[in-house]
Design a protein around this ligand. Sequence first.
Ligand SMILES: C[S@@+](CC[C@H](N)C(=O)[O-])C[C@H]1O[C@@H](n2cnc3c(N)ncnc32)[C@H](O)[C@@H]1O
Length: 156
Amino acid sequence: MAIHVVLYQPEIPANTANIARTCAGTETALHLIRPLGFSTDEKMIKQAGLDFWETINITYYDSFDDFFVKNQGEFYYIETFAEKTYTSYDFTDQSKNYYFIFGKETTGLPKDLLETHKDHFLRIPMTEHIRSLNLSNTAAILVFEALRQQGYPNLR
Ligand SMILES: C[S@@+](CC[C@H](N)C(=O)[O-])C[C@H]1O[C@@H](n2cnc3c(N)ncnc32)[C@H](O)[C@@H]1O
């Protein structure tokens, strides 16, 4: 099974490019929920120098509903307004699929998800000087926390 990064309507190409690099370097699957704020056609990928793009397991969806119908596992919602911190959870079971779901840069995740999935909302601690961390940094933090807990399988 695997670790998965799910981006809800990402808007800034550089963030998704950074996250894609993290996914390529860690065998993490990437799920992109449309609309995207950029093109992922071959020409754009080449121009952006993302020569690892083809090595990533990427799936596209038209909505959250579409995503949930097609995936099974443990879903975690990564958001600034969550109560629990990301280190409170156990991601050690390599037989499971762990999905880390991130919000869009301008508005985050839809608030109504919190009502039904409150126990699986996680935040990364930060000061009050900023409203949020950079999206691509948060994805790297979660991926590497799960990998750390699993002993970095297949990585050197
Ligand atoms: C730039 S933030 C914007 C979200 C923020 N709630 C807002 O509306 O101002 C984009 C995404 O980065 C992730 N993120 C940023 N900082 C975070 C933190 N401290 N804890 C958890 N997730 C964070 C979340 O997935 C969030 O949806």
